[in-house]
Design a protein around this ligand. Structure first.
Ligand SMILES: [Cu+2]
Length: 336
């Protein structure tokens, strides 16, 4: 679990809330397992080289750093209970203001103080336990896509100041998502209450430089249209700060469309083709293309590598969406 997550949540959680949920004492188990897990992840990542990330001065964006969001996978706190792996996540609904451009700010409602919320990542068959605390000032909830019991479907509003636990088995493997399901859902999603939920197949996918891109819109004047769009929270961020990747190395993109008010958006990659794993539900690509259409909450795994160095854009080919902030670029650099 990233340190950043711990830092953010410790000040939000107090002992009384933990006791109320019956979780006291659960935090001390599973350390050995967590270390094992870390070793496994490191073994995989040793085969993948990540270019050094450009260091940008902190943006004025309430802690949202899209360069960090890209490869920030939250594997939870790993425990062993009754012979099986449990991954426990702590999610707090809160509010923060982001700067959409030099003149426009937007008050987001979000999970763990970031838009999109943390990318939760588990393996098929794990037990998933999400301890949800609402400090957002309005009623919120967490509804997961995937297969689970009706009482874990997250449509019951959790009032401000209250907490609940969502618990279910991770299935099926694929790229999924979670979002607040309190009505009007357009507003709760539009304010920023969504994130990606990856269920890895039992046998891990081959090594690749893995990244998350969540497309979303901002309706700043509540006219039921978006005035701004973004990849990973901040409009135009990856145009101003292209994502460095290595030439010839496989990139695995987990792409999710969370744009409200527009029926669909495409994802187009310049000067290349990508293999499509629809909803991440296949282990081999279904097709090769350079543009794919996604309705709201549709998501896929896209795989590619670049043959030539240089800068290459990616964006929806609804060009009004791209021109309003949903645009980015990869900087392909020769391997060192
Ligand atoms: Cu909500």
């Amino acid at each position: 679990m990233p340190d950043r997550f711990l830092l953010k949540t410790t000040d939000l959680w107090n002992r009384r809330q933990i006791l109320k949920l019956g979780l006291a004492g659960m935090g001390i188990t599973g350390t050995a397992l967590a270390l094992q897990q870390l070793a496994k992840q490191n073994a995989t990542s040793a085969q993948v080289k990540i270019p050094p990330l450009p260091s940008h001065p902190a943006t004025s964006n309430a802690g949202i750093n899209p360069m960090q969001v890209l490869r920030d996978f939250d594997y939870g706190t790993v425990k062993r209970e009754n012979g099986r792996t449990v991954r426990e996540f702590r999610i707090t609904a809160t509010n923060s203001t982001v700067q959409l451009n030099s003149a426009v700010t937007f008050n987001t409602w979000n999970f763990n103080n970031r838009v999109p919320g943390p990318t939760l990542r588990v393996t098929e068959g794990d037990r998933v336990r999400v301890v949800f605390l609402n400090q957002g000032g309005h009623s919120h909830s967490m509804h997961f896509h995937g297969i689970h019991h009706a009482d874990m479907d997250g449509i019951r509003p959790i009032r401000n100041g209250a907490a609940t636990i969502y618990e279910f088995d991770a299935e099926p493997f694929g790229v999924h998502l979670y979002h607040c399901h309190v009505e009007p859902v357009t507003r709760h999603i539009g304010k920023g209450l969504y994130g990606m939920f990856i269920i890895d197949p039992p046998k891990a996918r081959p090594p690749a430089d893995e990244m998350v891109l969540v497309m979303a819109g901002y309706d700043v004047n509540e006219d039921r249209r978006n005035e701004f769009y973004a990849f990973n929270g901040i409009p135009d961020y990856y145009m101003m700060h292209p994502i460095p990747i290595y030439q010839h190395q496989k990139v695995r993109l987990y792409v999710l469309n969370m744009i409200e008010w527009d029926a669909a958006a495409t994802f187009h990659l310049h000067a290349n083709m990508f293999g499509v794993y629809p909803t991440g539900r296949t282990l081999t690509p279904r097709e090769d293309t350079d543009v794919i259409t996604m309705g709201t909450t549709e998501r896929h795994i896209l795989e590619f590598s670049y043959r030539y160095p240089g800068k290459y854009m990616f964006h929806p080919h609804q060009d009004y969406i791209a021109e309003a902030g949903c645009m980015g670029a990869f900087e392909v650099i020769p391997p060192t």
